[in-house]
Design a protein. Structure first.
Length: 112
């Protein structure tokens, strides 16, 4: 790929679990304030079951649903890692393939 080839900027929906509502709100506000996310929704009362250090764990968590784009993802990922209390935070991005065009226009306009 030549340096003159432009990479398409894709809208993304990013999932990130948090240990509690206070952490979720703190991260959501920071990501929107820093224009790394156009919108962050916090979903409370999620029950997680997972294996960690060879033990089955169960915990109550909150999920962040973060709207961003591929141009901001790496900075957003690093920012979440720097602020998040987990040593290995869940950060999973999915491309938004179909959406209301006016919403996508608004969303992309909110990012720094």
């Amino acid at each position: 790929m030549s340096s003159s080839t432009k990479t398409e900027n894709l809208p993304l929906s990013v999932f990130c679990s948090c240990p509690d509502a206070a952490c979720a709100l703190r991260l959501a506000l920071r990501l929107v304030e820093e224009k790394l996310a156009a919108c962050v929704q916090t979903l409370a009362n999620m029950h997680s079951v997972y294996r960690w250090e060879n033990k089955i764990e169960q915990t109550e968590e909150c999920m962040l649903l973060i709207k961003t784009d591929s141009l901001h993802f790496e900075t957003l990922r690093k920012r979440i890692c720097s602020l998040h209390p987990y040593s290995v935070p869940e950060i999973i991005a999915h491309p938004i393939l179909h959406a209301e065009p006016k919403y996508l226009q608004w969303m992309l306009a909110q990012l720094g």
